[in-house]
Design a binder for this molecule. Structure first.
Ligand code: DHB
Ligand code: FE
Length: 285
């Protein structure tokens, strides 16, 4: 069977990738954010999985806004890095794991989650920045193959938090049903509170974010009970990206051990959070 060994929740702010690509991580306004990644990166470097599942959203880069699936999955054997306007980031293309993708797809459809299939997909900052948060210096290749799972968080009506949590639980069962013995890391990306446009542009809510950082470990079901409107009110119109953390969390055990978390305001216009959880039962924190 496949075993989820860890879950990593992280913001995906594009300027975090740009700061890394341009060697600005020691600059005064960035240093505290990147220092906050160090303990998670060190632990992850010691716990490399065979495959990573990245739950993320595209921002009208790989997909056209005319067609926005609520949930999707990549089944390709590689994913090129999207050009978001300044040329593709100079990071490795993403190697896929079609066999695990197809297994997850079949299991999830059987459970009533009818994911849209992406046989081809260019991945944007929503996926590559979390990989950079995990692995700042990938060299020629990211640490392992990746299965992308896509979520619509940009166009109304986004899926509910409860539906995302339920998808995560079904994903956990699907992973456990994979015939090969492999280890899996799962990334839940996006957030934390932010709003990029409109009258509340620049909105950040540290109180809400701190509550979310705590409860994503201890009481994810409570977070799954928040309505779409409540999430947007409390976390901002783009802060609703946080529902993707619930897919990661749903795929993990009820009890997980917190390895590290860090919170930083602001990265660009966004509250940036990272939280790393060990999913191995009985594992020491
Ligand atoms: C920013 C944050 C995001 O989540 C995103 O997708 C794009 C931009 C920002 O804060 O600049
Ligand atoms: Fe985003």
């Amino acid at each position: 069977v496949a075993e989820v060994i860890w879950g990593l929740a992280t913001s995906h702010v594009p300027s975090i990738g740009a700061a890394m690509d341009r060697g600005k991580t020691e600059a005064p306004h960035w240093k505290d954010l990147f220092d906050g990644y160090a303990p998670a990166r060190a632990w992850l470097a010691e716990h490399r999985p065979d495959v990573a599942i990245v739950v993320y959203n595209d921002h009208a880069n790989g997909l056209d806004l005319d067609i926005v699936p609520t949930f999707g999955i990549g089944t390709a054997d590689r994913y090129d890095v999207a050009d978001e306007g300044y040329g593709p980031r100079q990071v490795p293309d993403v190697v896929g794991h079609p066999d695990l993708s197809l297994h997850l797809l079949e299991s999830l459809v059987d459970e009533g989650f009818d994911l849209t299939v992406f046989q081809e997909l260019e991945v944007d900052h929503g996926l590559t920045v979390p990989l950079s948060v995990w692995t700042p210096d990938p060299g020629d290749a990211w640490p392992c193959p990746v299965v992308p799972i896509l979520v619509n968080v940009i166009q109304y009506p986004q899926p509910t938090a409860a539906r995302c949590y339920a998808l995560g639980q079904a994903l956990g069962r699907a992973i456990a049903g994979y015939p090969e013995d492999i280890t899996v890391g799962i990334l839940g990306t996006g957030g934390m509170s932010h709003q990029l446009a409109g009258a509340r542009a620049g909105f950040i809510n540290p109180e809400f974010d701190r509550m979310w950082l705590e409860k994503i470990q201890t009481d994810p079901a409570a977070l799954a009970g928040l309505s779409r409107e409540e999430l947007i009110r409390q976390a901002g119109s783009e802060g609703i990206e946080l529902i993707m953390w619930l897919i990661m969390r749903g795929a993990m055990h009820d009890e997980v051990a917190r390895i590290h978390s860090h919170y930083f305001v602001p990265a660009s216009n966004t509250a940036a959070g990272v939280a790393l959880f060990d999913n191995r039962q009985g594992a020491p924190a």
